[in-house]
Design a protein around this ligand. Structure first.
Ligand code: GDP
Ligand code: IMO
Ligand code: MG
Length: 427
């Protein structure tokens, strides 16, 4: 079995962690290919809840090897804290491997992320403040620090010096902060090297060799299609490639080896941070969705903005990612609504659009065109087959599937592993 990609279709927090964890038991490798500890994936196993940030969700499946790919940005203090926390709860992280090419989040980039946001005022992105944007900017600017640099102190020192030449100007002259010393940065990074060394591998070599042997690799995306730096609602995006294309560049697995693209999509829509969101609900309805869905950020605890399902976004995600299967999540959260609106198209400046508009300005002006579906009141959290769902819930799912551009292969009716209805096998 070749490689599978699993990504988010909307603005993140679709339930990718649960979906990855479910597949984790049947795959050999789970690879995180983009982002860093801006991600927050919640996995519920029985009475226990695990919040994962930097670690691939496959870490909870004893049979699979979790991989932090070259496309990820790694904050070493967060990495080891997460490992320690999981090990204290009885999960071994011994299998974890990390790409030598992954970039490191240095302390000055955490600082710069936060002060830059403050500086932007009402033009801020609403980042997670974890240093993600500045670290990817350094990567593109060719002044980044990579995992492998820790193995050569001379090179590390030179690189940190080069980065700080620029960063200290910014910190001191633009943002009125203290300068950072090369020694302090080098010392902090090197304090992790002994613990890190045994985990570091050529992950592209490892993964391609695994595929040659017929093993299965799941590439797990952080963030989501509309947060992708190229295909998302720029500039209100993250700084990495969160779409299926990013799975290849972020892991070193070529496109021809990818067999399936699974997109996780919520039965409604949420977004954290700033930026346009056509189906957003502002008053009591939005608060009800937030309360019923527990829509508070796993990483920052911020309340998530909530709105109705947007089929224009689903079709866009299907197209950009080449989605073969959708995993629909949180259908249970919609229980109790008399009527459920679904956005089937946009009206932009008096014209009906079935697809995402070309420009960001038009997207800001997009007014949802809604179709209304009859709701249901029955508790569906114990449903285990599609047939267990009330007819109105079945009709809602089938209608979404019909307008979303790929088949629905699984439906979530609760956070637990068990609370899943399988329509088509994903593996
Ligand atoms: P991710 O970032 O895509 O992994 O998603 P998050 O973990 O940030 O947010 C999804 C939340 O929904 C988590 O708290 C999950 O435990 C929960 N969840 C996932 N699937 C379902 C579902 O089908 N129903 C309900 N009620 N909760 C779900
Ligand atoms: P998961 O993997 C939801 C959002 C932030 C902000 C923007 C840029 O859990 O789905 P960044 O810190 O990345 O520079 O912030 O992206 N964002 C997320 N929103 N889920 C996430 O990850 C996110 N990761 C980043 O809120 O709007
Ligand atoms: Mg999340």
């Amino acid at each position: 079995m070749p490689a599978l990609v699993l990504i988010g279709a909307q603005w993140g927090d679709e339930g990718k962690g649960k979906a990855t964890d479910q597949l984790g038991g049947s795959v050999d490798y789970v690879v995180k290919f983009n982002g860093g500890n801006n991600a927050g994936h919640t996995v519920v196993i029985g009475d226990e809840t695990y919040a994962l940030h930097l670690l691939p969700s496959g870490i909870l499946s004893p049979g699979c090897t979790p991989v932090i790919g070259n496309g990820v940005v790694v904050d070493l203090s967060v990495l080891f804290q997460e490992i320690d926390d999981l090990e204290a709860r009885g999960f071994s992280c011994e299998r974890l491997v990390i790409s030598a090419d992954a970039h490191l989040i240095a302390s000055y980039n955490r600082t710069l992320d936060r002060v830059a946001e403050r500086f932007l005022g009402n033009r801020r992105i609403g980042t997670t403040g974890r240093g993600i944007g500045p670290t990817y900017a350094d990567k593109m600017n060719r002044i980044g620090i990579r995992v492998q640099d820790l193995f050569d102190e001379n090179i590390l020192r030179q690189k940190v010096e080069g980065a700080l030449d620029l960063k200290n100007q910014l910190l001191v002259k633009v943002y009125n902060r203290n300068a950072v010393t090369v020694d302090a940065v080098v010392e902090e990074l090197l304090s992790y090297v002994d613990r890190l060394r045994p985990m570091v591998v050529d992950s592209a070599l490892l993964l391609n060799a695994a595929l040659d042997r017929g093993e299965t690799v799941l590439l797990e995306g952080g963030q989501a299609t509309l947060l992708d730096v190229d295909h998302g609602t720029y500039p209100f995006v993250t700084s990495s490639s969160a779409t299926a294309g990013g799975a290849c560049t972020g892991s070193g697995i070529p496109p021809g080896r990818v067999d399936k693209v699974i997109a996780v999509i919520k039965a409604y829509t949420t977004r954290v941070g700033e930026g346009p969101f056509p189906t957003e609900l502002h008053a009591a309805d939005g608060e009800k969705l937030r309360a019923d869905g527990g829509e508070y950020g796993t990483t920052t605890g911020r309340p998530r903005r909530c709105g109705w399902y947007d089929a224009v976004i689903a079709r866009y995600a299907a197209r950009i990612n080449g989605v073969t299967d959708f995993v629909l999540t949180k259908l249970d959260v919609l229980t109790g609504w008399e009527s459920i609106p679904v956005c089937v198209a946009y009206e932009v400046d008096g014209k009906r659009l079935e697809d995402m508009p070309m420009t960001q300005t038009e997207f800001h002006h997009a007014v949802p065109v809604y179709e209304y579906f009859d709701g249901w009141t029955e508790d569906i959290s114990r449903a285990r087959t599609f047939g267990d769902l009330p007819k109105n819930a079945q009709d809602y799912v089938r209608a979404l599937e019909q307008m979303s551009g790929a088949r629905f292969s699984s439906i979530g009716v609760g956070p637990d592993r068990e609370q899943t209805l399988e329509l088509h096998a994903l593996l």
